[in-house]
Design a binder for this molecule. Structure first.
Ligand code: PLP
Length: 366
C-alpha cells in the first residue's frame, strides 16, 4: 500500500494515563488529574439543569451549520455569523487549517515548545516545519518574522502558550501583524483566553477587520469545562471562513455538544468564578514554589510549567505514585520541567505537601 511516507516516521497522539489505570497500578483510592488543563471546578450547573429538558434527538444528524450556537457566539463576540467556524474541539480546526493551507513545498512557522498538534498536522500534510525557540517561555516574535519567507503559508501563535503559559502582549501582537507579510495566514490560538487577566486580554477580534490573514481559535474545553464534548471555534473574515468550510466534515460537531455549549455560553458567572478561583489558587501555589526555590514560567492560564531539580519524568513518576497525574515536560520539549494544571483549593494544598516532602528529600541527597 502506498500511503503518505511520513506516517511511517510518526506516532499517534499518546494520551496521558486514564484514571482507572493509575488507581489499579498503584492501589490508590483517589487520583487527581492535573495533566490536561481541564477546569477543576467542572462546568456550568445550568447544563445539568437544562440539558435533560432540551435533549436533542440522537437519531437525527446534528445541524452541520451549528445555527443556534453560531447566532449566540456571534452575538456574544459582536462578529458576523459568517465569520465563525465550529470544530470537534479546536484540535479539528487546526487539522482543517493544515488541510486547507499546507502541502509539500510550503512551510509553516511556530514557536517551540508549543501545542504539538500544529507540527503534527503540518508534517502529515508534507509541509516543512520551522520552529523558533521561545525566550523564557515567550514567543520570539522577531525570530518568527525572520523565519517567514515567500513559501510560508501559516504562522502559529499560541497566546497564552501551551505549555509555558506565557501571553503575547497586545502591542507585540500588533507589531507582529503589521510586519508579517499578508500572504501568510496567522493563526492565533487563544484556548486559554478566558483565564487571562482582564487588563491583559487580547483585542484580537477587533483586529480582524484590519487583518484578512488572521484566524483566532477559542474553545469550550478549558474554562468552560466541556473538554469531553469536543467543541471549539475559529473566528476570521468571511472569505477565509468560507475557504475552511470546504474542508470541514458535514456533521463535525455533535448535537449534544452544540446544546451544552449554548447553555454554557450564557453563564458568565461560572466563568468569572472559576477563573478567579484559579487565579487565587495559582497565586498560592506560586508563593509556595517561591518558598522552596522552584522556578516557574509566567502563566496567564490554569496551568504552570515548573522547573524541577530532577528530570520531569522522575518528578512525574513520584507524583503519580502519590495520586497526582501531571505532565512531564520531558516529552513536551522542556527538559526538567513538569506542567501542572491548577486544581481546586484542597487538591493543590495536598499537592504542595507532597512536593514539599519531595523537596526536602532531594535537598538531603545533595
Ligand atoms: C487544549 C488546547 C487546544 C485544544 O482544545 P480542544 O478544543 O479541546 O481541541 C488547543 N490549543 C491549545 C493551546 C490547547 O491547550
Amino acid at each position: 500500500m502506498n500511503g503518505k511516507q511520513i506516517l511511517k516516521e510518526m506516532t499517534p497522539y499518546k494520551q496521558g494515563k486514564q484514571l482507572h489505570e493509575v488507581k489499579k497500578e498503584f492501589g490508590l483510592e483517589r487520583i487527581v488529574k492535573l495533566a490536561s488543563n481541564e477546569n477543576p471546578f467542572g462546568y456550568s450547573n445550568q447544563i445539568d439543569k437544562y440539558l435533560s429538558a432540551q435533549l436533542p434527538s440522537f437519531d437525527i444528524y446534528p445541524d452541520g451549520y451549528t445555527a443556534e450556537l453560531r447566532t449566540a457566539v456571534a452575538n456574544k463576540l459582536s462578529v458576523n455569523e459568517k465569520q465563525l467556524i465550529f470544530g470537534s474541539g479546536t484540535d479539528e480546526i487546526v487539522q482543517m487549517v493544515g488541510r486547507a493551507f499546507l502541502y509539500p513545498g510550503v512551510n509553516t512557522v511556530m514557536p517551540a515548545p508549543t501545542f504539538p498538534q500544529y507540527k503534527h498536522n503540518a508534517r502529515i500534510e508534507g509541509a516543512e516545519v520551522k520552529e523558533v525557540p521561545t525566550l523564557n517561555g515567550y514567543h520570539n516574535l522577531d525570530g518568527m518574522l525572520n523565519a517567514v519567507d515567500e513559501n510560508t503559508n501559516v504562522v502559529w501563535l499560541c497566546s497564552p502558550n501551551n505549555p509555558t503559559g506565557s501571553l503575547i502582549p497586545k502591542d507585540d501582537f500588533e507589531y507582529f501583524m503589521e510586519k508579517c507579510p499578508k500572504h501568510v495566514l496567522v493563526v492565533l490560538d487563544e484556548a486559554y483566553y478566558e483565564y487571562v487577566e482582564e487588563s491583559l486580554k487580547s483585542n484580537s477580534l477587533d483586529r480582524l477587520s484590519s487583518y484578512n490573514n488572521l484566524l483566532v481559535l477559542r474553545t469550550f474545553s478549558k474554562a468552560y469545562g466541556l473538554a469531553g464534548l469536543r467543541i471549539g471555534y475559529g473566528i476570521a473574515n468571511k472569505a477565509l471562513i468560507a475557504n475552511l468550510d470546504v474542508v470541514r466534515g458535514p456533521f463535525n460537531t455533535s448535537s449534544i455538544a452544540q446544546k451544552a455549549a449554548l447553555i454554557a455560553l450564557d453563564d458568565d458567572e461560572f466563568i468569572l468564578e472559576s477563573t478567579s478561583r484559579n487565579r487565587s489558587v495559582k497565586d498560592n501555589f506560586q508563593q509556595f514554589l517561591d518558598s522552596i526555590g522552584w522556578h516557574y514560567y509566567d502563566s496567564q492560564t490554569n496551568f504552570l510549567l515548573v522547573s524541577t531539580p530532577k528530570s520531569g519524568d522522575e518528578i512525574f513518576q513520584h507524583l503519580l505514585e502519590n495520586g497526582y497525574i501531571v505532565r512531564s515536560g520531558d516529552g513536551l520539549g522542556c527538559l526538567n520541567t513538569v506542567r501542572i494544571t491548577i486544581g481546586n483549593e484542597d487538591d493543590m494544598e495536598q499537592l504542595q505537601d507532597i512536593i514539599y516532602q519531595l523537596h526536602l528529600d532531594i535537598s538531603k541527597e545533595r
